[in-house]
Design a protein around this ligand. Structure first.
Ligand code: F6R
Length: 242
């Protein structure tokens, strides 16, 4: 495990964007695993700049997002599809046929989940997975539990996650209570992983993920077992580490 501590959010975002850009330069047809939420916004902005400056090309890149709210369609402004399009995809030359995000409105959720796994496998697996972390230690929407859920699945969101994410909605009542998420095995199969965290409210989860017991009760702790994982933190998120 590598830990990169940066001074602030901007530095964290630049380091993360540089790692993603290097991945694409080294392998133009990379398969990227992507995250939403507030943390990676700066990284996406930086990648857009790197693209506009002519240093990277997304034409051959395939992407798989970690998760999507259950019940929200692509047009819904709170959906992760909408987020990805508005914050990233519309500014770069990605082929939208190579963009994959779980369908939150799928009628048959079980087959949607199986199909998502099949697509990842058929693309040769994820080369680089970008993760954020919940204040409760979740990755993707793998919430604290008594067991690790292996593959893409439907999940009941944790009370803490609903509270944390209510900042994006008009009212807490509007936050979906379920989501479709890649599982822990899906994430752990990625060849490389970077996890981004910023802010004091993430410091406890970061400390436990890095130094705590490996337990499904703090899902990010499983990353201790991954052979190529890098935590990219700002000063506040790293503040409990020493
Ligand atoms: C988002 C995701 C989540 C977020 C986490 C942190 O696709 O999978 O695990 O990364 O909830 O969210 P922010 O960055 O908003 O604090």
């Amino acid at each position: 495990m590598r830990i990169i501590c940066t001074d602030n959010y901007e530095q964290m975002s630049k380091k993360a964007a540089n790692i993603v850009a290097s991945q694409i330069i080294l392998k133009p047809n990379s398969v990227l695993g992507l995250a939403t939420g507030s943390t990676p916004i700066g990284m996406y902005k930086q990648l857009i700049k790197t693209y506009k400056d002519g240093h990277i090309d997304f034409e051959e890149v395939t992407t798989f997002n970690l998760d999507e709210y259950y019940g929200l369609n692509k047009q819904n402004e709170q959906s992760y599809y909408y987020y990805m399009y508005e914050n990233f995809f519309k500014y770069i030359n990605i082929d939208m046929n190579k963009v994959n995000i779980p369908d939150g409105t799928a009628v048959n959720i079980d087959s949607e989940c199986l199909e998502y796994e099949r697509k990842i496998r058929n693309c040769g697996g994820i080369d680089l997975q970008v993760l954020g972390i919940g204040t409760n230690g979740h990755i993707g929407f793998n919430e604290p539990d008594i067991k690790f859920e292996a593959l893409t699945h439907i999940v009941e969101l944790d009370e803490q996650t609903i509270k944390d994410n209510s900042r994006f909605f008009n009212s807490i009542k509007d936050v979906p209570t379920k989501a479709i998420s890649m599982g822990i095995k899906t994430i752990m199969r990625a060849k490389k992983i970077i996890l981004l965290a910023s802010g004091i409210e993430k410091s406890d989860a970061i400390y436990k993920a890095i130094y705590g017991k490996i337990t499904p009760n703090l899902p990010a702790s499983v990353l201790q077992l991954h052979p190529d994982v890098t935590f990219i933190l700002d000063k506040d998120a790293a503040s409990k580490l020493n």
